[in-house]
Design a protein around this ligand. Structure first.
Ligand SMILES: NC(=O)c1ccc[n+]([C@@H]2O[C@H](COP(=O)([O-])OP(=O)(O)OC[C@H]3O[C@@H](n4cnc5c(N)ncnc54)[C@H](O)[C@@H]3O)[C@@H](O)[C@H]2O)c1
Length: 258
């Protein structure tokens, strides 16, 4: 049975009710997991209040700031979890960022700083969060990240984020190989295009969505809930033999040649 009662889950990447992480958090909560939720702190504290109001019904035990570019904040998250819970079972990495200018036009125009920013936030952050989670996953664990087809094939305008997702998917494999001995599984979900804050920065996202609706075997895009269901499966014992994999939740789009 898909039952996460008693499991302790850290969920990153909720910005609003369209966030894929919000879909995942809801499904984990429904399966009985206890939640720690992080938000990206901003100077005026606006996002903190919005995310707090949104997640309140899920009664998270911990609600913590975490900008993954700030190593001290990442360390603080795990110190707090260690003190409050003593261990961790689930880590959801569901965040990415690139400059809007780098998500349209000629890929060769990507600046060094834009490249470094995208790779740091979107790919390296999985390494640093997994490093923090590993010593707390004393009973084994499951780490799940979110990726996109643009990391393995060329998708117009996805540009530097495609390179970040390629790195992220390789991170999944290296982390899975390292952590398997501790019964920690590491997998990625490659989701089809969904309208969110992050995806709206990608040039032509609506065209991408319409293309999927016309071409994918299921003739539609996927929902945050469908991604959340797959994440919940990957966090449960039902997926105990699966690690180092990228699972496509994309209405089957990736199988099509034309
Ligand atoms: N929406 C899609 O079409 C789609 C498809 C496949 C994969 N994904 C991936 O799903 C993940 C979630 O994106 P989303 O579409 O739900 O958009 P979203 O905008 O709701 O989520 C992105 C999150 O990243 C967080 N973030 C950005 N910079 C950060 C930083 N420095 N530190 C901590 N958090 C930071 C934001 O606060 C936000 O919560 C991303 O990895 C994205 O690439 C999205």
């Amino acid at each position: 049975m898909l039952d996460l009662t008693g499991k302790k889950a850290l969920v990153t990447g909720i910005a609003n009710n369209r966030s894929i992480a919000w879909g995942i958090a809801q499904q984990l909560h429904q399966a009985g997991a206890e939640l720690a939720i992080t938000y990206l702190p901003d100077e005026k504290g606006k996002l903190e209040g919005k995310v707090k109001d949104l997640v309140d019904p899920l009664q998270p035990s911990l609600f913590l700031p975490c900008n993954v570019q700030e190593e001290a904040q990442v360390e603080d998250v795990f110190t707090t979890i260690q003190q409050a819970w003593g261990q961790l079972d689930i880590l959801i990495h569901c965040l990415a960022f690139a400059n809007r200018d780098d998500l349209a036009g000629d890929f060769s125009q990507t600046s060094q700083s834009g490249f470094q920013l995208a790779l740091d936030v979107s790919a390296y952050s999985l390494v640093s969060l997994a490093r923090g989670a590993k010593p707390l996953m004393t009973q084994g664990g499951s780490i799940v990240t979110l990726t996109y087809l643009g990391g393995v094939r060329v998708v117009p305008n996805y540009n530097v984020m495609g390179i970040a997702k390629a790195a992220l998917e390789m991170n999944v494999r290296y982390l899975a190989a390292e952590m398997g001995a501790a019964n920690i599984r590491v997998n990625g979900i490659s989701a089809g295009p969904i309208r969110t804050l992050a995806s709206s920065a990608v040039g032509g996202i609506l065209d991408m969505i319409h293309h999927v609706e016309a071409t994918a075997p299921l003739r539609r895009t996927v929902t945050q809930t469908e991604v959340g269901n797959t994440a919940t499966f990957l966090c449960s014992d039902l997926s105990s033999g699966i690690t180092g994999q990228i699972i496509y939740v994309d209405s089957g789009y990736c199988i099509m040649g034309m």
